[in-house]
Design a protein around this ligand. Structure first.
Ligand code: SF4
Ligand code: SF4
Length: 462
């Protein structure tokens, strides 16, 4: 059986999302935290100068989205200096915070500096659930206050939610709260048993069957809501999505387009560079949610620890190198662990024989936590591949999604239309609508590449 990605070369991979743990210091002690944070002070963090060097090294060959995380990044005094530096280098910068340190001034500063999005974690739809998870009474109210302040200053907000036993039954309520808060995205994350999570992994993890149900719910909800709805670190969502579409086609139902109306985002991680180009640097810039595939640890994303260690993701503790001794580009291109993760043919266990492995790959961190081998099977997936599945059929379903265009109200020339196909499929509809809205405002009824460029420039200036 042929497999479409067998010839992938390591130099074809560029970082699309880099998570930088700017500090381990934090004011909360969340039970699922990867950072095992206990204290606000964190003396081993990279210095400002080392941070600049890291940004320079990343920018020397790529313009990823840089997610400044922690610990609590707002406890770093130079956090805005670092953000501004990365933005100047052509990166889009996001901030991952627990929201408790956001004041009116900080929200304004975030807007003024140009941070593209702030993600705030809510682990329940009410104080009772969230505060128990965070182990600090009042943290829910503070996080909500933080979200409201950010929205007041028109900062794009993403709600992050970790699914575990205590909240898995409240997904509809969490989605409702996200919509009420005016957030642009809800990203839910399945607990990975590392960090403090090691202690609670068994008790808190939901079963693969329950998770399967939640991912089907995601598929259904993604057709209805008009925000980015994403099951993060649930690579098998891509298997579920492909299965649902296969099933719908078998039933003769072609009425549901691959990209459901109103949906901007499905699941997974970054997989494609978009056609968006930074006006100043001429380098490609990626959409904030450029994600079209399952686990991209080491292929599209990586994690830099507070001391400069580079890892495939924040939950996979297999160090690929250290930026204090090796250039980031060299680590990204040459490390063994990244090379392994770029070759799905090395996967073993049921992921190794699964026809969905090229669009899913399973969570390598959960495989590692369970067995010590990051290439073995994902433990929280209820699919049992026979080994006879058709890789090519799966691949063509996936590619179909890449090519589908949303309905267009105005007339577009072929080149402009082709250009939109390079925008990730789950944000394509929104991109088309935004360009058409701008064109209508200007009294333009025919869209060519020049109009697309003008609409984008106008949007960036807003
Ligand atoms: S290994 Fe992949 S799916 Fe798992 S936590 Fe890391 S990035 Fe997410
Ligand atoms: S068996 Fe592995 S590759 Fe196949 S769907 Fe499950 S997690 Fe993905």
């Amino acid at each position: 059986m042929g497999h479409p990605h067998a010839q992938r070369q390591t130099q074809n991979f560029i970082p699309r999302l880099v998570f930088w743990e700017t500090t381990k210091g934090c004011n909360l002690k969340c039970i699922h935290c990867r950072a095992t944070a206990t204290d606000i002070s964190s003396p081993d963090d990279l210095s400002t100068e080392e941070g600049f060097q890291l940004i320079d090294q990343i920018a020397s060959f790529s313009k990823p989205i840089l997610v400044l995380s922690g610990g609590e990044p707002l406890y770093r005094k130079d956090i805005f200096e670092l953000a501004e530096y990365a933005i100047k280098k052509g990166m889009r910068v996001a901030l991952a915070t627990n929201g408790t340190a956001i004041t009116n001034e900080i929200a304004k500063k975030i807007k003024d500096v140009g941070i593209a999005r702030v993600s705030i974690s809510l682990d329940g739809h009410n104080a009772e659930i969230h505060d128990a998870f965070r182990d600090i009474p009042g943290s829910f109210d503070e996080a909500i206050r933080g979200v409201k302040l950010l929205r007041k200053h028109d900062v794009s907000v993403q709600i992050n939610n970790t699914i575990a036993k205590h909240n898995s039954m409240y997904m509809p309520e969490i989605l409702k709260l996200t919509l009420e808060l005016g957030a642009d995205a809800l990203h839910t994350f399945l607990l990975v048993p590392v960090g403090c999570g090691v202690d609670i992994g068994e008790d808190m993890q939901i079963s693969s069957e329950e998770y399967e149900k939640i991912l089907h719910w995601f598929y259904d909800e993604s057709k209805k809501v008009d925000i980015d709805l994403k099951a993060t670190c649930a690579p098998h969502y891509f298997r579920i999505r492909a299965q649902r579409i296969e099933e719908e086609k078998k039933q003769g139902d072609h009425s549901t387009p691959f990209i459901p109306h109103g949906t901007q985002l499905k699941s997974g991680h970054v997989d494609k560079v978009t056609s968006v180009t930074d006006k100043k640097t001429g380098m490609p810039v990626q959409a904030l949610s450029a994600m079209t595939k399952g686990c991209l640890a080491g292929t599209g994303i990586c994690f830099v620890s507070n001391t400069g260690g580079v890892y495939p993701c924040g939950y996979l503790p297999t160090e690929a190198g250290d930026i204090k001794t090796t250039h980031f580009k060299e680590i990204w291109e040459d490390s063994k662990v990244f090379a392994d993760l770029r070759n799905p043919n090395l996967l073993s266990g049921k992921c190794g024989i699964c026809e969905y492995k090229y669009i899913c790959e399973g969570c390598r961190a959960r495989a590692y936590a369970e067995t010590g081998d990051y290439l073995t099977e994902e433990p929280i997936c209820s699919y049992n591949p026979t080994g006879d599945g058709d890789f090519n059929q799966v691949h063509s379903i996936h590619q179909e999604a890449e090519g589908v265009m949303p309905e267009m109200e105005l007339r577009w020339d072929d080149k402009a239309k082709e250009g939109m196909k390079r925008v990730p499929f789950f944000v394509r509809k929104k991109a088309v609508q935004s360009i058409e809205a701008w064109a209508k405002e200007q009294g333009i009824s025919f869209i060519d590449s020049e109009v697309v460029a003008q609409a984008r420039a106008a949007k960036e200036q807003r």
